[in-house]
Ligand binder design. Structure first.
Ligand code: JHZ
Length: 398
């Protein structure tokens, strides 16, 4: 069999559908689905089995905002400088421009945003950036080609993992990209996910988790190739792929591409057994996390969840963590505040800088922002507050 299941994360709700009130979700009503993860031994692609229609996930109520963290704002700013310096594009297009964290670093006449979540597209439109509140597909590529002829750089961060039809994605990119153009794609790295045991990278929106290996195989189908690569610390470890047409000989292929693929093979990303081992580690992680949380409860200590991430939704639902173990979460995102964590009925309270004052522990839902958060909350840590993380294994952060 080419496609084999290696991980079952149980019944899960849709990750970014924060509930207005406490309700019991049901499978019958399509509010819960089985989250199973598969490995394709031919293409080396890792994907989830369930496909939720895009319109159900990415609509005018999408709550995730890229600009909410200093780390991401800085990462996009840094990249925009690199793009200007290295590629000097006359026109750049961003697929999944969210609330404009990247495009705000460019001149208005040099960048186009594509963002199907209307509430987010409105933000950049209001700032005067040309934004199409549409899904990225061939129809849109045709429309853009008519208007702009071609685009020099097409960028997309944390978006392609969310689109089921990758053939359409890349055919549309190929159609619009100039002959010497560059495609830059940035998404969580499968290698980092497996190394860090961060099974919470899997949820309904993350249909795929890419590796260099799988990306290389995928791109071959469209006569594209990776010519450079960067390992980033964002989102728990991401890969930024620089891609060109094979026919474009101007850009030289750096040795970073081969070394990434070699490292992935050394780690075993091409073999099913590696994923089975990961699956075992995930179940051990669940046991350990529950042990710690139960001890906190038994000792009558107070704990709060910090960062109501999509990732935390996977953890809480997979580990069956309820209000008795983590009674409340806090988050800075206006769209999440006063709502409840999907499937768990745990309330999300508005963040304020004294919120940790009365707590002994904080469970780090946004573990990917560990550095930023620890720095921000250092006065509470000095007073004895302990952050709890489940990555790479459940432990208190020293
Ligand atoms: P964060 C989302 O995943 C969903 P999530 C999506 N599918 C995806 O791929 C990634 O993003 C990119 C809060 N926070 O970025 C803000 C604080 O409260 O890890 C956010 O709600 N205080 C598109 O949800 C959350 O944490 C803080 O100081 O897993 C972070 O969410 C900081 C730094 C963050 O993505």
């Amino acid at each position: 069999m080419t496609i084999k299941k290696f991980l079952k994360l149980g019944l899960q709700p849709l990750a970014n559908q924060y509930q207005k009130k406490q309700i019991r979700l049901s499978v019958k009503k399509g509010q819960l689905y089985n989250l199973n993860i598969f490995f394709n031994s031919k293409s080396k692609l890792v994907s989830i089995s369930k496909r939720i229609p895009s319109e159900k996930m990415f609509n005018s109520k999408y709550p995730y905002r890229s600009s909410m963290s200093k780390t991401m704002r800085a990462s996009f700013k840094d990249l925009s400088k690199k793009i200007k310096r290295r590629f000097k594009p006359n026109l750049l297009l961003e697929i999944g421009s969210n609330d404009g964290a990247l495009i705000k670093n460019f001149d208005k006449e040099k960048i186009i945003g594509v963002e199907p979540c209307k509430n987010l597209a409105k933000i950049t439109k209001n700032d005067g950036y040309l934004t199409y509140d549409k899904y990225w597909n061939f129809d849109l590529a045709k429309k853009l080609k008519k208007k702009f002829k071609s685009v020099d750089v097409i960028y997309s961060a944390n978006t392609l993992t969310h689109i089921s039809n990758l053939t359409d994605v890349f055919q549309s990119i190929k159609y619009l990209l100039s002959e010497q153009g560059t495609v830059i794609i940035e998404d969580p790295s499968l290698l980092e996910c497996i190394k860090k045991n961060s099974y919470d990278q899997f949820y309904n929106e993350h249909i795929y988790l890419f590796s260099g290996l799988a990306m290389k195989n995928l791109l071959r189908r469209f006569d594209f190739e990776i010519f450079d690569l960067e390992n980033l610390s964002t989102h728990g470890g991401s890969l930024r792929y620089y891609i060109k047409r094979k026919s474009n000989k101007k850009q030289k292929v750096t040795n970073k591409v081969d070394s990434q693929i070699k490292e992935e093979i050394r780690f075993g990303l091409h073999k099913y057994n590696t994923y089975k081992r990961f699956s075992f580690n995930v179940s051990e992680s669940k046991k350990k996390l529950l042990q710690i949380l139960n001890k906190i409860k038994k000792d009558k200590k107070k704990i709060i969840g910090y960062g109501a991430t999509a990732k935390a939704v996977t953890v809480l639902n997979y580990c069956d963590i309820n209000k008795d173990l983590i009674p409340i979460f806090t988050d800075t995102t206006p769209e999440k505040i006063n709502n409840y964590i999907p499937g768990r009925n745990i309330k999300i309270s508005k963040y304020n800088k004294n919120i940790l004052k009365n707590y002994d522990y904080a469970f780090l839902g946004a573990w990917n922002f560990k550095k930023e958060i620890i720095q921000k909350e250092k006065k509470f840590i000095k007073k004895g507050l302990k952050f709890l993380t489940h990555v790479p294994y459940p432990k208190f952060i020293k």
